[in-house]
Design a protein around this ligand. Structure first.
Ligand code: ASP
Length: 450
């Protein structure tokens, strides 16, 4: 078994966290490849090293002295190394970096957060350090050259005896220019390593015990989702429930490697396993999770015999495209449809859009619903069990919540409802109570990767 273990910023925030990482890595010899983020927050109003380095760049851009900022960053690394008894000359190395800082590219500067963190980690774990600039190869357009990356990672793994610690979040073009992934991109590095080295599982260690079935700010102590499919996770993440960097899914999903979310602070918890499909299990939860977002806007258009008119919908959508507006959903009826967009995207243009729709389509009715919240109820088992939507709508009706719009995803793994922004939290609570609280007995796991 080969496991890639990726540790996020909070898992390497201080020496105490490094110790937890060591215990986790040592507890399982299959954890051969360790990927780390830069040290993150130690407490809620602390700063992430990455943010401090971005601030360094801003200082340099505006010709403001940043020596005390650099000293703060150096002190954080030095403190971790000292407390762990690591011999690596971190202060000298950091001073070297600081002394030439003005000659370095902004991306190079930010990448040093993970570089120094991984350096200390490698030393502390007694494992070889592998620089991401030598193995994660970027094309000049910012995408990853997966073929070259795979060749380099495989060679490096053989040379280093099948184990290493790698900094996440960056790589380099073939000519050695450092490139960064998006924020949170250490997750992508971990997924790429898992794919290129044929891992059986990609472990993503963070500070939560997996995906929650609802937002804990709305629902008290929501159930952890133990098993979820990639599609379900996409739906939930898109609607705002996120643990992983979204783009981290693709490299592993394409080759069928499951992702396991685990909590560095509570390694005994099962966490969440994300895979392509979950085996059929009659006893499984009906609803996997509920998520949602506020501030959408829906434009409803009605025209008699619309269903006979070829190209009507396309012409409507073209108008939105003309204004550069991305469309979220298009719920349709026989002679009507709605176009749901993000409110912020049309703040300036909605009047012009409606005007163009009027002129070009001459609809019978056109109206705009503002302040709309979308709630997505996600569950791969819903399509096999009759009456799910009836139960949702019934529960909302009983609670006096008006449903403004309904749509279902094409694979029938989610039902999406529009409610007024002001009903958002209450609607989520009601749906949660109807489905999750009523089946709160936790199901036993079968065939789970632990
Ligand atoms: N350190 C980077 C960030 O803060 C990348 C990561 O943590 O994955 O966004």
């Amino acid at each position: 078994m080969i496991k890639v273990a990726k540790f996020g910023g909070s898992s390497v925030a201080d020496a105490g966290q490094f110790k937890k990482v060591r215990d986790i890595v040592r507890a399982d010899p299959d954890r051969q490849y360790v990927v780390v983020s830069a040290s993150g927050k130690r407490f809620s109003d602390d700063n992430k090293i990455t943010d401090l380095l971005l601030l360094v760049n801003a200082h340099i851009a505006y010709h403001v002295d940043c020596s005390s900022l650099l000293k703060d960053i150096q002190d954080r690394f030095a403190e971790i190394a000292r407390e762990l008894g690591v011999k690596y000359p971190i202060e000298a190395k950091f001073e070297e970096f600081s002394s030439v800082i003005k000659s370095l590219s902004p991306e190079y500067i930010v990448s040093r957060g993970e570089w120094f963190t991984a350096r200390i980690m490698a030393e502390y774990l007694g494992l070889p350090f592998l620089d991401a600039a030598d193995v994660i190869v970027f094309h000049h357009d910012g995408s990853v050259d997966m073929e070259r990356t795979q060749i380099r990672l495989r060679e490096a793994s053989v040379q280093l005896g099948g184990r290493f610690v790698l900094p996440g979040f960056y790589g380099a073009t073939v000519d050695g220019t450092i490139k960064l992934f998006k924020r949170g991109g250490g997750d992508i590095t971990g997924a790429i390593v898992a794919r290129c080295l044929d891992a059986n599982v990609y472990e993503n260690w963070t500070d939560v015990s997996g995906f929650l079935s609802a937002d804990p700010r709305i629902v008290d102590d929501p159930r952890t989702i133990h098993r979820i499919t990639f599609d379900e996770m996409r739906e939930l993440s898109y609607m705002g429930a996120s643990v992983l960097q979204e783009e981290a899914i693709f490299p592993v999903r394409e080759v069928g490697i499951p992702i396991q979310i685990k909590n560095t602070n509570m390694p005994e918890k099962r966490g969440t396993i994300i895979r392509e499909s979950a085996e059929d299990n009659e006893r499984e939860h009906l609803i996997t999770g509920i998520a949602g977002r506020k501030n959408f806007m829906a434009v409803h258009i009605q025209k008699a015999h619309m269903s006979d008119k070829v190209g009507f919908l396309r012409r409507a959508l073209t108008i939105f495209e003309r204004y550069g507006v991305s469309i979220e959903h298009v719920p349709t009826g026989v002679d009507s449809f709605g176009v749901v967009v993000n409110g912020a995207d049309v703040r300036e243009t909605i009047y012009s859009i409606v005007n163009d729709l009027q002129q070009e389509l001459k609809p019978d009715v056109i109206n705009v619903v503002d302040q709309l919240a979308l709630i997505s109820v996600v569950g791969r088992n819903m399509n096999r069990r009759a009456g799910t939507s009836g139960r949702i709508f019934g529960a909302l009706g009983e609670a006096g919540i008006n449903i403004r719009m309904i749509t279902q995803s094409s694979q029938e793994i989610s039902i999406i409802m529009g409610v007024n922004n002001s009903d958002f939290e209450r609607a989520i609570k009601v749906i949660y109570q109807t489905f999750v609280d009523s089946e709160m007995v936790d199901m036993p796991s079968r065939g789970e990767v632990q």
